[in-house]
Design a binder for this molecule. Structure first.
Ligand SMILES: Cc1cc2nc3c(=O)[nH]c(=O)nc-3n(C[C@H](O)[C@H](O)[C@H](O)COP(=O)(O)O)c2cc1C
Length: 452
């Protein structure tokens, strides 16, 4: 359910979690829950450029310069453990400085003062890539944060389209007609004409300050980290705007390590076993820390038509395999364990012999030394004595060796059923409930393959 209420410090009504379930998202696209994915996939390809109109409701009131006062907005402090009040339902629009192609995405902003907010830009996101370009040019990145707009605007901002696609065109496809946009007053960007509120400004290219902690959607608290700072140069809005908010997290699991897993993908055939595992963990949800080897990235291109950014997007955090200083390289970073799926014979050999050449092998080494669960999905055939001895050595240390052996007793009709069954077995190892395993002598459970 969504909630609508008033915040003490502001007269503006607040609407929380308007898009809090799939049924409402389906309504927005005039379809059903079952058809939502198919309709979304089909419409996001119908790229429709926006139309610039001279004016719109989102600019009925305009405040610039000293008139800007973010504290007058009902920005919600959601949970006692949060570092402060957060803008959570804003869509940030930026432009690539080289191509001028627009990018839109949802990022949280922590209120700092009348005109400044800390911003959490995920390193694996397109906006971070664009932000890095501005930093290299020593330029601030202009931003426009739209708070409250048609659901298709929000849905379009979450599209996994490539960085060379203007997400406003995706939104047009989802709307079924060109989106009407107005030019911002203080930055060279456009926002939906019929939106509720827009915060215009820029993200400083060099300033970084602590942001967080914040109760995340996956029920864990992220630590405070150093992130860029946004300065707001103009606030535009309707005469009687509704402030949109989103409260997704939970404080129950604060400090827990049970919902955090390291996922390694190495360069063995069967990268689908890594991708599907990330999807399954995401559905639970479980915080995933992904390390992919260089050869895993190459095999991704050979065996699938998945973009690397799509795989990165499935994980909570993605690390560079060369980064031996990443948190997962240390035992002090608490996790429920690690899975390497699929695991090549080379990575297997590195782990079995305690020779950590990269972050993937180091994280596995740490997982063993800390006595945490390590599950390997080795893929090779036939297996040599070296491979078998390495596996035996690790099995004797308590490492779970789970090769992706097809379970024909489930009477699979499709390859994905075999893959899912195996993924379910891995989840079983961690005690994560799942419906992927077809359990022997139990009522068949629905396979969650429809969302792919
Ligand atoms: C298409 C392709 C498929 C491969 N499949 C396997 C495999 O199933 N098992 C394996 O141990 N190595 C396989 N390899 C070889 C590994 O990619 C290679 O040993 C690589 O060095 C592994 O490095 P990594 O473990 O750091 O990813 C494959 C290589 C290619 C190009």
């Amino acid at each position: 359910m969504f909630t609508s209420w008033k915040i003490k410090t502001s007269d503006m009504p607040v609407l929380t979690n308007l898009f809090g379930n799939r049924e409402r998202l389906a309504l927005a696209l005039d379809t059903t829950n079952e058809e939502l994915n198919r309709v979304y996939r089909e419409r996001e390809k119908r790229l429709t450029p926006p139309i610039i109109v001279p004016t719109g409701p989102i600019q009925e009131s305009v405040m610039t310069g000293d008139q800007v006062d973010l504290t007058k907005l009902p920005i919600v402090h959601h949970k006692s453990g949060d570092a402060g009040a957060y803008v959570t339902a804003g869509v940030t629009t930026v432009k690539d400085p080289d191509t001028q192609i627009r990018n839109a995405g949802m990022y949280r902003y922590m209120l700092k003062n009348k005109n400044q907010m800390g911003v959490h830009l995920a390193e694996a996101s397109h906006v971070y890539y664009i932000y890095r370009k501005y930093c290299e040019k020593k330029q601030n990145m202009p931003i426009a944060i739209t708070i409250g707009a048609h659901p298709a605007f929000y849905l379009g901002s979450l599209s996994f389209c490539g960085i060379d696609t203007d997400e406003y065109e995706v939104m047009g496809g989802l709307f079924g007609s060109a989106m009407e946009v107005v030019k911002c007053r203080s930055v060279d960007l456009e926002v939906p004409a019929d939106g509720e509120i827009c915060l215009e400004g820029y993200i400083d290219w060099e300033k970084r300050e602590p942001e967080g902690p914040f109760g995340e959607w996956h029920t864990l608290y992220g630590e405070a980290m150093s992130y860029p700072v946004a300065t707001i140069t103009a606030v535009t809005m309707r005469h009687d705007p509704i402030y949109h908010d989103l409260c997704s997290g939970d404080t129950v699991k604060k400090g827990s390590n049970m919902m955090r897993v390291i996922v390694g993908i190495s360069g063995a055939s069967g990268i689908i076993y890594g991708i599907r595992l990330l999807e399954a963990f995401k559905a639970v949800p479980i915080e995933t820390h992904l390390i992919m080897s260089e050869w895993a990235e190459k095999i991704l291109a050979l065996e699938t038509d998945c973009d690397l950014s799509c795989v990165n997007g499935l994980a909570t955090v993605r690390y560079d395999n060369r980064d031996m200083a990443a948190p997962v390289a240390s035992g002090s970073f608490l996790t429920a364990g690690m899975v390497i799926s699929p695991c090549s014979m080379k990575t297997l050999a590195g782990i079995a012999n305690g020779y950590s050449q990269n972050l993937l092998e180091r994280a596995a080494d740490v997982t063993i030394k800390e006595g945490r669960k390590l599950v390997l999905v080795p893929r090779e055939t036939p297996l040599s004595a070296v491979h078998l001895e390495n596996m035996l050595k690790l099995a004797r240390m308590g490492v779970v060796i789970a090769p992706p052996m097809p379970a024909f007793y489930i009477n699979p009709k499709q390859v994905c059923e075999l893959v899912d069954h195996h993924i379910g077995k891995i989840m079983d190892q961690f005690g994560f409930s799942n419906t992927l395993v077809k359990r022997w002598q139990e009522e068949p459970l629905p396979m969650t393959t429809s969302d792919r």
